[in-house]
Design a protein around this ligand. Structure first.
Ligand code: NI
Length: 139
């Protein structure tokens, strides 16, 4: 962290009380750290929304590996986008269910399309995409 600047902001009392309860639940030690994280989150969201920005992300999938053709389809999609896939982790959760986490990088639009295709594959019970940046240029 570079030099710290101090700011004063006006905020409705009730909103501040809600904010204090929120940051306590989240485990922040100070309001300042919570506000810094909120600002960074908005910056990352904006970066991620720019179609040509290089982003990183994780696609988390839960599926039943018995589902017909599902594994073939997931593998095919990943091979079609092999340049965007850094790594993947597969855990056999129980007799039927698998957890897969796929680490992706590339242009925002491309990785979003890849994540959507994986999550929308028939037989995927639950999927979630989390997008972030390399952290470069993020104070
Ligand atoms: Ni499995």
């Amino acid at each position: 962290m570079g030099d710290l600047a101090r700011i004063g902001i006006a905020i409705p009392e009730e909103l501040l009380e809600e904010f204090d309860r929120l940051i306590e639940r989240r485990g922040y030690e100070t309001r300042s750290e919570a506000v810094r994280d909120l600002v960074r989150k908005e910056l990352v969201d904006e970066i991620s929304a720019s179609p040509n920005m290089e982003v990183y992300g994780t696609v988390t999938l839960i599926y039943d590996h018995h589902a017909r053709l599902l594994l073939d389809k997931l593998t095919e999609i990943q091979h079609q986008h092999h340049g965007a896939i850094i790594s993947s982790l597969h855990v056999h959760l129980d007799h039927d269910n698998c957890l897969e986490v796929i680490l992706v990088r590339g242009k925002s639009t491309l990785v979003q399309k890849l994540a959507n295709a994986l999550i929308a594959t028939k037989g995927v019970k639950h999927g979630r995409f989390m997008l972030t940046t390399s952290g470069r240029g993020l104070p």
